[in-house]
Design a protein around this ligand. Structure first.
Ligand code: SF4
Length: 436
């Protein structure tokens, strides 16, 4: 299926409202709901389903908004089969409540019908700076704005969204949906300053000088890990994240098709079986590659990518090689094959393009320009438990992948929500002490 068709399908809810209400009416409204336990941010699932079941979309949206600032995104990219739906009591019958679809249906309906938001409190509790506008930064910004803080988000790119916009391909998460969620956060009073890289353009110390009471670092893992094997210098080997970004720029009209590094007829290998690898594989297929194979060194049951994404990739013609470990890139100037070791012995797999997807680590732009922020041996920011999320520098907090290593959108959100609480406690305490 082409990227355009896949994206169009995702921009709309797969359920109409009547079907969503019928699905909501199947819910047993369990007393101790396991679906909620399965949700990393403890969404009040039975409550929003109960409101939907009686057609009260406003209340359903209000219940969701208590915990989530990104419901249209979570309703699309979360691993529901492992989380809410996997835990639903009806999963035993093979037919769990389709919580993800219900969540996105409510979020989409609320946007399309322009349902009014609850009144946001006056911004009187203090000023907060948020660095980075991926899932962690947006979550912190939204939560703090709802609690009465004046929040400014600083984003290095021209448009906010981070990995939601530049990393996850459109066929998994439409850019329209991400923009819509960001618009919702702006409506809470959050301001966005784009094209501003904290570190080189403006330092953390300068942010404090400008009157911010606390600062959140949510810059994720911006640097893709390399795979230094013999032959790494051959032409045709690149990062999966580079392909995803170039494809986004092309699809948004900022780049010619020729500059996207996968062309019709290419024989593509992807090294790594996480979501980024599978996203890159599906993208390469969508760009007309003759063959796309994901090479993963573990067994099939340990594939880190979402199961639904794996199944979609297989359906689209992507091949998977399990227990297959890359040992050398082969070729003469240009890549010709990958040498792998397998349980059956060494093999050569022909390829003219290889996409690396072997993890990522944080950039050090902020910590290298700021005194007193400690990182561990791998460059991840060290945080403390009280106030939750504060780094070794007073008033500077961090959360999401830059602390916890690459994880899913909702796991970054879960940690970010805890940090937002820590930041609010910290600023309230500092202001109280100043009064005393
Ligand atoms: Fe409804 Fe399933 Fe949650 Fe029970 S576990 S409240 S049936 S969604």
């Amino acid at each position: 299926m082409s990227d355009e068709r896949r994206t169009r399908a995702l921009e709309y809810s797969e359920m109409d409202l009547k079907a969503a209400i019928a699905e909501a009416n199947r819910c047993l409204n369990c007393k101790s709901p396991p679906c909620k336990e399965g949700c990393p941010i403890s969404n009040d699932i039975p409550e929003f389903i109960a409101a939907l079941a009686v057609g009260d979309l406003g209340e359903a949206r209000r219940v969701i908004a208590r915990k989530s600032n990104l419901p249209a995104i979570c309703g699309r990219v979360c691993a529901h089969e492992l989380q809410c739906e996997g835990h639903c009591v009806l999963a035993k019958t093979g037919n769990p409540i389709r919580v993800g679809l219900l969540e996105r249906t409510i979020a989409d309906f609320a946007f399309e019908m322009a349902l009014p938001l609850d009144k946001v409190p006056q911004k009187t509790r203090g000023r907060m700076a948020v660095i980075g506008s991926g899932p962690a930064g947006l979550t912190v910004a939204g939560d703090l704005a709802k609690q009465g803080f004046d929040v400014t988000v600083f984003e290095a790119m021209e448009e906010p969204g981070g990995v939601l916009l530049y990393g996850i391909p459109s066929f998994r998460l439409s850019k329209k949906i991400t923009r819509r969620e960001i618009m919702g956060i702006e409506m809470l009073g959050v301001q966005f300053q784009t094209g501003c890289m904290i570190g080189p353009d403006l330092t953390v110390d300068q942010l404090f000088e400008r009157g911010f009471d606390a600062i959140f670092i949510g810059t994720g893992t911006a640097i893709a890990n390399d795979l230094q094997l013999p032959g790494r210098e051959l032409e045709g080997i690149m990062q999966s994240s580079y392909l995803l970004r170039m494809n986004y720029l092309h699809r948004s009209g900022q780049l010619d098709r020729e500059e996207v590094p996968i062309h019709p007829g290419d024989m593509v290998l992807v090294i790594g079986g996480g979501n980024v690898g599978v996203d890159a594989a599906r993208t390469a297929k969508g760009l007309g590659a003759a063959s796309v194979t994901v090479v993963y060194n573990g067994a099939q049951e340990t594939l880190p990518a979402l199961h639904a994404e794996y199944e979609a990739a297989v359906e689209e013609g992507v091949h998977f090689r399990f227990e297959c470990c890359a040992t050398e890139f082969l070729g003469d100037q240009r890549l010709e094959a990958l040498l792998v070791s397998t349980p059956q012995g060494e093999q050569k797999i022909p390829a003219n393009k290889i996409l690396l997807a072997v993890g990522a680590h944080p950039a050090n732009r902020i910590v290298s320009t700021t005194e007193g922020i400690s990182v561990d041996a791998d460059g991840y920011v060290v945080i403390r438990e009280r106030p939750y999320g504060m780094t070794t520098r007073k008033g500077v907090f961090a959360g999401g992948d830059v602390v916890h290593r690459p994880a899913t959108v909702v796991l970054a959100m879960r940690e970010a929500k805890k940090v937002a609480v820590g930041m609010a406690e910290y600023v309230d305490a500092v202001k109280l002490l100043a009064l005393g």
